[in-house]
Design a protein around this ligand. Structure first.
Ligand SMILES: [Zn+2]
Length: 136
């Protein structure tokens, strides 16, 4: 399970809307309490692809985000990206790029009137499973 605050959720939605028509992307830093992942900080990164259909995170920004997590005693819990025009599910490309079964892969869909955020996990055989996500 992964837990975000309502203001973190709003932050992601607002930021993703500002990147339209392109996909937004970023990393989630936080802590693990028992088996709950608690997001403490969102790192918005530049989508260097500047595309509505795919994303690549700026490598330098990724590096400094990880550094900042270390200095705060956070760990990398996962990442997120937006789907401006498609549902919140992992595309074939998203699966291909997913590399770590410990990470949560959050996808925010802006295709409907209401933003929809879901979290996924993927195993080494590229089997995707939805992860419980709580906003509170
Ligand atoms: Zn995607």
């Amino acid at each position: 399970m992964i837990i975000l605050t309502e203001s973190q959720f709003n932050e992601i939605v607002d930021h993703a809307k500002k990147q339209l028509p392109n996909e937004d992307c970023g990393l989630l830093g936080g802590i693990i309490d028992e088996n709950k992942k608690i997001v403490k900080k969102i790192y918005f990164l530049t989508n260097i692809d500047k595309s509505p259909e795919h994303f690549s995170m700026d490598a330098k920004e990724q590096f400094s985000a990880i550094k900042d997590m270390r200095s705060n005693n956070f760990i990398l819990l996962g990442n997120f990206h937006s789907h401006p025009n498609s549902p919140s599910r992992m595309s074939e490309e998203d699966k291909r790029l997913a590399f770590d079964k410990k990470l949560s892969y959050l996808i925010l869909s802006l295709a409907e009137n209401e933003p929809i955020l879901k979290s996924f996990k993927i195993d080494e055989n590229k089997q995707v499973e939805q992860e419980e996500l709580q906003i509170k």
